[in-house]
Design a protein around this ligand. Sequence first.
Ligand code: C2E
Ligand code: MG
Ligand code: MG
Ligand code: MG
Length: 282
Amino acid sequence: RAKRSEDEHCLFFSQEMNAEAAARLSLEGDLRRALQLGDQLAVHFQVQYDLRSGQPSGAEALVRWTHPGLGPIPASTIVGVAEDSDLIHDLGDWVLRTALAHYANWRARGCGRLLIAVNISAVQFRKAGLVERVIALLAEHRVPPADLELELTESILMQDVDHAIRLLEAFSHAGIRLAIDDFGTGYSSLNYLKRFRVDRLKVDQSFVRNVTENGNDAVITRAIINLGHSLGLEVIAEGVETDAQYAYLGSVGCDAVQGFLLARPEPAEKVLNTLLGHSVAS
Ligand code: C2E
Ligand code: MG
Ligand code: MG
Ligand code: MG
């Protein structure tokens, strides 16, 4: 139990720090152990739907961690803790590998082809060798590159535009799809957008939330959809919670939707049942 006393030692010396920093320090150690053990971590999936056919078209992989003492830890906290340490690379690889393994299993059990969306963090994106690792993992799980979509935020892309352009080229050369997540909340310049080789824009949920009540959010949502289509990109809206939002997005030509109205993020086994139910019904 040397590890445990080491942690207590750390906590003892952190008394002068603020509580949040101390909590982070111990979460970091706990996450490191969780990655070694594996069983506290999971990848859940939220199904995405094509707006025209109403059929499932993809699923976003979202990391989940049930801490033995604290219970479920929010994904944004997990990623924050991992990014502040070197853990994000192991975590990112683990999420990718686990998501692809689940998808390969779904396919083997009769599920049709889907887009599997995986979030990539800023730190992961900056480190050399990401493209090669993703390609190797796809080959390992025999998943076609075209079935994987990596989600990047505008701020990740704008941090180092030349690096981003090169990496996006490499991914798209390998046949891997790319999406800009939380679109509209960052600082991407339209001038760069045309140079970023991406396939899809993901309208941020902050616009979708009030799309039927707030005129400005409706205008912005329509503008993103039109901008995307003009650039030859698909557009998906996230955070769809009501029938009215769903109907509105359909009426303005959005291509796909994701949100609690249609499906919550759920364990892989549950998602497979939903998906197989769908393909039987169709
Ligand atoms: P995101 O990529 O924008 O993911 C969408 C988030 O919105 C998810 O939260 C999802 O559960 C939530 N969501 C989906 N539909 C609705 C809805 O209708 N209403 C509302 N209010 N929320 C909805 P989650 O799982 O807590 O993840 C939060 C963020 O953490 C993600 O935002 C993403 O930035 C990050 N994240 C999650 N998993 C991973 C991961 O494996 N790797 C990395 N790098 N980041 C991840
Ligand atoms: Mg995402
Ligand atoms: Mg998002
Ligand atoms: Mg987000």
